[in-house]
Design a protein around this ligand. Structure first.
Ligand code: AP5
Length: 209
């Protein structure tokens, strides 16, 4: 099954994609992760993307469409995938429709006040990408999986978070309508606890734990 996880920054797309992909045995394709890796490796794509990401703006459509189009040709995508963070504009969705068939779009809905708290408290492992929240870390500063010191993403600083939310409402939220009109959108309440959100997503996909 080819699935899109739609939702504002901090909705839990990455967290849920990791769990759901492990459950369904399909890859998680996160444009945010791919772009951060490109920046870390100082590739041409990374150099193009960095200033946009630092400012909380979207990276130009052409750059993101090209990396997703190439990634979907990999052999691990042939039985399905979860797109996490793509598409993010109507232009990206229209381009995607030309090179991929999408079966379901899961919109993970969360109110802005909750998102601000989640993003400002998020800590990530720079080595394995695991995501944590300070409220649940009890002062722990290392990754439970590999012991690496956790960091705060540059774009999780308060001023950039607000910018990302504005960008979401302006440029990405119209996709809710776009996919609703195609009859493949389902909505999950992402403000519930982690496990409840996972169950709701798996239910909506017709999968079981
Ligand atoms: P990206 O990395 O995709 O960031 P994002 O969409 O802003 O999403 P986040 O990773 O911030 O949030 P998430 O929904 O994955 O939440 P998470 O699971 O981590 O993109 C970064 C940048 O790259 C963009 O700003 C843009 O510049 C660029 N970019 C990427 N894709 C692009 C595209 N297609 N086009 C153009 N530019 C693009 O959870 C957040 C926190 O909440 C964590 O601490 C987590 O532990 C916690 N949490 C999660 N679920 C729950 C829950 N149910 N209850 C309590 N806490 C929870």
């Amino acid at each position: 099954m080819n699935i899109i996880f739609l939702g504002p920054p901090g909705a839990g797309k990455g967290t849920q994609a990791q769990i759901v992909c492990a459950n369904l045995g399909i890859p998680q394709i996160s444009t945010g992760d791919m772009l951060r890796s490109a920046i870390a490796h100082q590739t041409e794509t990374g150099l193009k993307a960095k200033s946009y990401m630092d400012a909380g703006q979207l990276v130009p459509d052409a750059v993101v469409i090209a990396i997703v189009k190439e990634r979907l040709t990999d052999v691990d995508c042939k039985n399905g995938y979860v797109l996490d963070g793509f598409p993010r504009t109507v232009e990206q969705a229209q381009a995607l429709a030309v090179f991929a068939g999408i079966d379901k779009v899961v919109n993970i809905a969360v109110q802005d006040e909750v998102l601000v708290k989640r993003l400002s408290g998020r800590r990530v492992c720079p080595a394995c990408g695991a995501t944590y929240h300070v409220a649940l870390l009890s002062g722990e500063t290392k990754c439970a999986a590999d012991g690496t010191t956790l960091i705060q993403r540059d774009d999780d600083k308060p001023e950039t978070v607000l910018n990302r939310l504005n960008v979401y409402h302006r440029q990405t939220a119209p996709l809710i309508d776009f996919y609703q009109r195609k009859g493949i959108l389902c909505v999950v309440d992402g403000s519930q606890g982690l496990e409840h959100v996972t169950t709701a997503i798996l239910d909506t996909l017709g999968a079981t734990r």
